[in-house]
Design a protein around this ligand. Structure first.
Ligand SMILES: NC(=O)C1=CN([C@@H]2O[C@H](COP(=O)(O)OP(=O)(O)OC[C@H]3O[C@@H](n4cnc5c(N)ncnc54)[C@H](OP(=O)(O)O)[C@@H]3O)[C@@H](O)[C@H]2O)C=CC1
Ligand SMILES: CC(=O)N[C@@H](CCC(=O)OP(=O)(O)O)C(=O)O
Length: 316
């Protein structure tokens, strides 16, 4: 029997990528809303309540509204927005977070998908906290280089309609240092305080890499690149979508350059450790629309429904 699946926000950037993943499957019955009724509250309510799994690929306010429209206790919501990522009663949709998270996703009817920058950051940091290599009060910073599809339809339209040269150079943004992913980075990263986080959007559609710089002499005693590599290898053993690259892997660089688009069109996250005895740079690379959004949502759906985790996803 096929599962009924509805995508609220099916014409947005994340919604369209989700449909790419779902359309090819025969274990899914897609419930589609007519395009001209996609903001019709009654029609959305009907479809939300008819679904076994409903994805919310909406702005925060519309996600909150969707939750209010639901009264079928059997419908599982998987929300892509920022609205519920640190909320009581919601399960963070990052199966690789800690042992037990996958089981929590399987049992939950309210799954909050991580933000794209936050996924990469947390996958770098949390295993080090768990392993006792990184003190929870380490004053972390992080920067991210991301494609412009991270800003949804509006930013894509802005980039694609811009005069030549207008967006040729990357733009640092969120310069108030209050990016909306900070609460989930702190909470699910296991940190005492949020990092100083500076994202940069570049002139390419998709692909993201978060870099976390570390001073080795400020880590826990005995912690270094090799110990961090070891902790990642153990933490992510058996994970289908997390790829721990060799320590200080020069082969990952092309003429010395890091390729931020290297995980595009996959649900993969690649983890790198660069540097040496004194300084390290931890880097996580993913497709902001793959593991950073729609891919992660499909992975959570598969776990929740008890299906093979990689069903309908490209493993790179
Ligand atoms: N893009 C990314 O890389 C990521 C995005 N996210 C999050 O996912 C969510 C969706 O983002 P994204 O796909 O980029 O955004 P888009 O702006 O591309 O798409 C949002 C969609 O929601 C629709 N919509 C807006 N209000 C309503 C409403 N009241 N009822 C029904 N539909 C509505 C829009 O309609 P219309 O077509 O009329 O504009 C649009 O199709 C956001 O919360 C975002 O923060 C999370 C991780 C990564
Ligand atoms: C380029 C750009 O604007 N990117 C978005 C990230 C989008 C994302 O991860 O998702 P959520 O919006 O769901 O948190 C930003 O930094 O706000």
């Amino acid at each position: 029997m096929a599962f009924n699946v509805y995508v609220d926000g099916q014409e947005g950037t994340t919604g369209l990528r989700l449909l790419d993943y779902l359309e090819a499957r025969d274990d899914i019955e897609l419930l589609r809303i007519d395009s001209d009724r996609r903001k019709d509250t009654a029609e959305r309510a009907r479809l939300l309540n008819a679904a076994d799994v409903a994805f919310l690929c909406l702005p925060d306010e519309a996600s909150r509204q969707a939750v209010e429209l639901l009264d079928n206790p059997d419908t599982c919501l998987i929300d892509a927005s920022t609205a519920f990522r640190t909320a009581e009663g919601w399960t963070y949709g990052l199966p690789e977070l800690v042992p037990g998270q996958r089981e929590a996703i399987r049992r939950s009817k309210r799954i909050a998908n991580p933000g794209c920058h936050a996924s990469a950051f947390i996958l770098l940091v949390r295993p080090l906290i768990e392993a006792g290599l990184l003190p929870a009060d380490y004053p972390l910073s992080a920067f991210s280089l991301t494609g412009y599809s991270g800003g949804g339809k509006k930013l894509i339209a802005e980039y694609e309609a811009a005069e030549p040269g207008r967006h040729a150079a990357p733009h640092p943004y969120a310069m108030t240092l209050a990016h909306k992913h900070l609460p989930e980075m702190r909470l699910h990263g296991g940190l005492a305080q949020a990092p100083v986080f500076t994202p940069v959007v570049g002139p390419f559609l998709k692909g993201l890499a978060v870099t976390v710089p570390l001073h080795v002499d400020r880590l826990a005693a005995g912690a270094d690149g090799a110990a961090i590599h070891d902790a990642y290898t153990r933490h992510y053993a058996g994970e289908p979508f997390v790829n721990v690259m060799p320590l200080a892997d020069e082969a990952s660089l092309d003429h010395g350059f890091f390729e931020v688009q290297g995980a595009n069109d996959t649900n993969r996250v690649d983890l790198f450790i660069y540097g040496g005895e004194e300084r390290l740079a931890l880097v996580a690379r993913l497709d902001n629309l793959g593991k950073g959004a729609a891919g992660a949502a499909v992975q959570c759906m598969n776990i929740h429904l008890g299906l093979d985790e990689d069903t309908g996803l490209t493993v790179g």
